[in-house]
Design a protein. Structure first.
Lengths: 134, 142
C-alpha cells in the first residue's frame, strides 16, 4: 500500500479562482494609478469629519489659557539684558554703598574702640614721648 | 543677595576684628638713685646732660633726650619724670634700659648711670613702669 498522496488534479474551482484573481488585478491597476493624481480636494462629508474635532469641548473655560501657558509664552519672548533694568542698578548701588559704609564704619569703630589715634604727649612729660605715632 | 550681604558683613567683621593696631602706652617714671653710694644728690644729678633709653623685647626703640632739653639737666631733686613709650605690642616682654651721661653726647665713656626694667606687655592702654637709675660709672665729670 502506497503512503504517498495522490497527485492533485486541476479542478474547475481552481481554474475559476485563478481567472478571478487575474481579472481583478487587470481591472483595478489603472484606477489605483490614477488615484489622487491632479484631483481637486474632495469636499465629501467624510473629509469634513477628518478636519473637524468632534471631541471639541462644549465648556469654553476649558479652552481658556492656563497660567502655565502664559508662563511658557512669556519665556518665549526674549527679555532685555539685566543691566538695562533700573532695578538692577538700584540694588547694586545700595549694595555697594552699604558695603563701603560697613567697611569704613567697622574700621573707624574698631579704631576708636582700640584707642584711636596716638594720644598727644602730656605737658609734664616735657616732650619725652617716643615710640609708635611719635 | 542674602549670601552676598552675609559675606560683606563677615568680611567687615573680620576686618574689624583684625582691626588697626592698638596703641599701648608705657609711662616709665625715671628717678635717680640718691641713696648712699649712689648719686650724691642734686649736685651730681645735675651734671647729667643726656639720657638714652633703649627698648628691647616685644618692641625695639632707641631714643635720647637732652642736652638742655626735655627736663635735662635736673635742677632739683632726683626725679626726672616720665618717658612715655607707645607701642602696638600687647604681649611678650618689654625691657627698658635708661643710660645717663654727664656729657653733651652719649659717649660711652661718659656714662655715669644706668637702670633697667623688664615688664610684661599687656593689653592695657596705659602701663606705668617705675625705673631707677643707679650710678654705675664715674662718668666724665670729676
Amino acid at each position: 500500500m502506497s503512503t504517498q498522496a495522490p497527485p492533485r488534479e486541476w479542478t474547475l474551482s481552481a481554474a475559476v479562482a485563478i481567472a478571478l484573481t487575474v481579472t481583478m488585478s487587470v481591472v483595478s491597476l489603472p484606477r489605483v494609478a490614477h488615484a489622487d493624481v491632479g484631483d481637486a480636494p474632495s469636499s465629501k462629508s467624510s473629509d469634513l469629519s477628518q478636519v473637524e474635532d468632534n471631541d471639541k469641548p462644549k465648556d469654553p473655560s476649558l479652552l481658556d489659557k492656563k497660567p502655565a501657558d502664559a508662563a511658557v509664552q512669556q519665556q518665549a519672548v526674549p527679555s532685555a539684558p539685566f543691566y538695562e533694568n533700573w532695578k538692577f542698578w538700584a540694588v547694586a548701588g545700595v549694595v555697594v554703598v552699604g558695603a563701603v559704609a560697613l567697611v569704613l564704619g567697622g574700621y573707624y569703630l574698631s579704631h576708636s574702640a582700640n584707642g584711636g589715634d596716638v594720644r598727644p604727649c602730656a605737658m609734664d612729660f616735657q616732650g619725652r614721648c617716643f615710640g609708635e605715632g611719635h | 543677595m542674602r549670601r552676598l550681604l552675609l559675606a560683606l558683613i563677615l568680611a567687615s567683621a573680620s576686618l574689624g576684628a583684625a582691626g588697626c593696631n592698638e596703641y599701648h602706652y608705657y609711662d616709665i617714671d625715671v628717678t635717680f638713685n640718691t641713696s648712699a653710694g649712689q648719686f650724691a644728690g642734686i649736685n651730681e644729678v645735675s651734671t647729667i646732660q643726656v639720657m638714652r633709653m633703649l627698648v628691647s623685647g616685644a618692641d625695639d626703640g632707641d631714643f635720647q633726650i637732652g642736652p638742655n632739653a626735655n627736663g635735662l639737666p635736673l635742677v632739683t631733686g632726683g626725679h626726672l619724670g616720665v618717658f612715655e613709650y607707645s607701642t602696638f605690642a600687647d604681649s611678650g616682654q618689654l625691657t627698658f634700659t635708661a643710660m645717663a651721661f654727664d656729657d653733651a653726647t652719649s659717649n660711652p665713656s661718659c656714662k655715669t648711670g644706668q637702670g633697667m626694667k623688664s615688664v610684661e606687655a599687656t593689653s592695657m592702654i596705659t602701663n606705668t613702669v617705675m625705673l631707677t637709675v643707679d650710678k654705675v660709672d664715674p662718668g666724665c665729670v670729676p
